[in-house]
Write a protein of this length. Structure first.
Length: 748
């Protein structure tokens, strides 16, 4: 069956469907969005003051104008009536040229601009990898792996980024020096860590992150136990005759010397091993992440790597064994559309069939070899719905062998599609007690990809077809496309953060003997909330729990229910981003002077902290922060925020005047933190800094989130003051313009 599958993929005719063109256009739009976000990050980190950085701003403006030109061409060309087959093919080729040009701008021209620091989220993911996914054989520096960003389009791993310079330039000079000098200079760098790089534009692109496990697997491969001394000899010993395989390389790659053909086969095996081991650890998200790498990477013209479609199909085969019960529940169209796009773009990489040998022969041999290598020998016959067990010899490099439940993925995807961060999972233990446990990072990535297919891609394609030719492309892009992608990214990043918070604050609990609860009741106690209570009042602990159990109150995450829910309140934790304000050096803030300007970019700086880092607030200092928890109140419940007494005794206030929370509010809570004490205090993310009291109220005719002028709706992080959006300020601003215009006319 799998041979027939690959034959169908590699023998596709050249017909291009409208769906494939739409899919490619979506990838272009998302690529442009991430590029523009990267430029925005450069501005914030290096060019805050426009007056002091006019040259740099002009340069960034040129990049943006180029990207917006690509954006407009991609949108307008898609909206033409091109349903005829020949026109679709021309359109597809045109969109592909745009994608190549965007990636050319990244790889060859972006290095002119300064490179931002690695985002803290990438550091967090690096830590999650070693806590939850893989384990190193030792704690030596040699085993250390560091994630960083680079100028290239693809990921890569190296022991030393300067290795080519050292080998070709430094080493000959050192060797010459050592001939006549003592003591000699040593260049021993055997204990250096491995560096895994990701394209700088993709540094915050969580869709790309799972593929980093492929590069990491190269460093783990040396710890894998093969029956023979390396994977090539192990493959020969397992599979037997290699003549037909070497004949394939001889027939298709005549430029390769015969003595190098074995090296090519060896490299193919290593690349596939890393693909498959990463997919076993990460799950189906690895397939989609590798697809994204292949989409933006240069063509495979050096034959050192297997063709992209070969690798994708092999990954899918292994996933069908490793996650059989889950694989059957995932829509096969998600895999197919990725395969079709890659195959259409790169179908000229290799002569797929010859008279003497077919690539399907190699595929079949690889499949059989890797199934026997990775999976338990007593359970290596594939059965529908039965997950394969990992070969015990690989246990020493696997941190956690995670099972991904289909029901969990469906639930988490539904949350992401609403724009909510992925919550912890509601469970009850053997005693029937309610608890919340973390989602696995593998589940987060898979849910993010499914929501990408089911919501993000569809929404943006609809926005593209709704675009009118006379609309300003930049404004339409910001309001209708960029916000959607940014929101989705923020929700995923916060979800990964929440997963690690659970791992840090409470001991991970085994799910195997726990009942996962979605919307159903946890117990048969009387439904307190449904009682008719005529008077309003503060909710007590059992009523708060009742609301959370019934999903009427969203509180994401609730890490420790017994610790956080008090008699009449819920403790609120401090989040990870802060707004630091500088002493006044730009004069008076007057929102009516220029309604479009935002002085906070020059008066303050946003910082993102890891949970092991802290921010110091000195006496008299003010800063903004936000709650770690995302809150969604029922329409008939309001809240009051207060600081905890432990911090109040140090003089720390967490709100100035904004302590009231409206019914129906949704988002994180912004803290206006002020140090009224005599000593500097260091605050760490995750601290329970405040408490929230909830009160019943009448249900308003229009709740907070439905009001048109709401300025802080659904935020996943704090935001600076948006006073300039108040209707009164707008009216004053317009009136001042009118008066100034009259004065100018009179003078004239």
């Amino acid at each position: 069956m799998i041979v027939q599958l690959i034959m169908r993929s590699i023998n596709m005719d050249e017909k291009i469907s409208r769906d494939t063109v739409d899919f490619l256009t979506y990838e272009i739009i998302e690529r442009i969005t991430r590029f523009i976000e990267h430029l925005k990050e450069i501005e914030l980190q290096f060019y805050i003051d426009q007056n002091q950085a006019k040259t740099q701003y002009n340069l960034i403006h040129n990049y943006k104008e180029s990207l917006l030109s690509f954006l407009k061409m991609a949108i307008l060309s898609l909206r033409k009536n091109t349903d005829h087959e020949s026109n679709l093919k021309k359109l597809f080729n045109f969109q592909n040229d745009i994608l190549k040009a965007i990636n050319n701008l990244h790889e060859n021209w972006l290095s002119i601009l300064p490179r931002p620091r690695e985002p803290i989220e990438l550091t967090r993911f690096e830590r999650v990898i070693f806590k939850q996914i893989v384990k190193l054989s030792s704690k030596t520096e040699e085993d250390e792996v560091i994630l960083s960003i680079n100028e290239n389009l693809g990921e890569e791993i190296t022991k030393n980024p300067l290795a080519p310079f050292i080998a070709k330039t430094l080493k000959p000079i050192v060797d010459d020096f050592n001939l006549s000098n003592s003591p000699p200079i040593s260049l021993d760098r055997s204990m250096e860590p491995s560096y895994i790089t990701i394209p700088r534009v993709d540094a915050s692109n969580t869709f790309r992150w799972p593929s980093l496990l492929h590069e990491m697997s190269h460093s783990l491969m040396r710890n894998s136990i093969f029956e023979k001394k390396n994977i090539l000899e192990d493959y020969y010993a397992t599979y037997g005759n290699s003549e037909n395989i070497l004949l394939f390389f001889k027939k298709n790659f005549e430029m390769i010397r015969e003595d190098n053909q074995t090296d090519i086969l060896h490299n193919w095996l290593k690349e596939c091993w890393c693909d498959l081991f990463a997919s076993i650890l990460m799950g189906p998200s690895l397939f989609f992440s590798q697809y994204l790498v292949f989409l933006n990477a240069p063509f495979n013209d050096n034959v050192s790597h297997p063709p992209a479609i070969f690798r994708l199909l092999l990954i899918k085969t292994i996933l069908a064994h490793r996650f059989a019960s889950l694989y059957e529940k995932i829509n096969p169209a998600y895999f197919t559309k990725c395969e079709e796009l890659i195959n259409t773009l790169k179908n000229d990489e290799i002569n797929w069939e010859t008279d003497d040998c077919k690539l399907t022969y190699i595929f079949s041999s690889f499949k059989n070899y890797f199934i026997n290598h990775f999976f338990s020998s007593e359970n290596n016959n594939f059965k529908a719905g039965v997950d394969e067990k990992l070969n015990s010899k690989l246990n020493e490099i696997v941190g956690k062998y995670v099972s991904i439940g289909p029901d969990v993925i469906i639930y988490l995807t539904s949350q992401l599609k609403k724009g909510l961060p992925i919550p912890s999972i509601k469970t009850k233990n053997s005693k029937g007690e309610y608890e919340e446990i973390p989602t696995y990072v593998q589940e987060i990535f898979l849910a993010s990809w499914i929501s990408r297919f089911e919501m993000l891609e569809r929404s943006i394609i609809e926005k593209i077809y709704s675009f009118k030719n006379d609309q300003p492309v930049e404004d339409y892009f910001k309001d209708n496309i960029q916000k959607l992608i940014e929101r989705h990214d923020q929700a995923i990043l916060k979800s990964i953060q929440v997963s690690e918070w659970f791992d840090f604050f409470i001991k991970q609990k085994d799910r195997s003997n726990r009942i996962i609860v979605w919307d159903s009741r946890l117990n048969n106690s009387k439904r307190v909330w449904e009682k008719k209570i005529s008077s309003n009042g503060t909710l007590v602990d059992k009523e708060i729990k009742e609301l959370i159990f019934d999903n009427k109150l969203q509180f994401i995450p609730l890490i420790n229910i017994e610790q956080q829910i008090g008699t009449t309140s819920i403790d609120i934790r401090l989040g990870t981003s802060f707004q630091l304000f500088y002493p006044d050096q730009y004069g008076i803030i007057d929102f009516t002077e220029d309604i479009e300007s935002n002085p906070f970019h020059e008066l303050s700086r946003r910082i993102n902290l890891d949970f092991i880092e802290g921010v110091t607030i000195t006496p008299g200092q003010f800063l903004l922060g936000h709650s770690m928890e995302y809150l969604k109140l029922p329409n008939n419940v309001c809240g009051n925020l207060e600081g905890r007494s432990s911090f109040a005794r140090l003089g720390i206030e967490i709100h100035m005047t904004a302590g009231f929370i409206d019914p129906g509010f949704e988002g994180v809570i912004t803290f206006e933190i002020y140090n009224a004490g005599a000593s500097a205090v260091k605050l760490y993310p995750g601290m329970r800094i405040g408490q929230l009291r909830l009160e019943r109220s009448g249900e308003p005719s229009k709740i907070y989130s439905d009001r048109h002028r709401v300025k802080y709706k659904g935020l996943l992080e704090h935001n600076v003051s948006r006073q300039n959006r108040d209707s009164e300020v707008e009216l004053i601003y317009l009136y001042k313009i009118e008066q100034n215009t009259k004065k100018s006319r009179l003078k004239t």
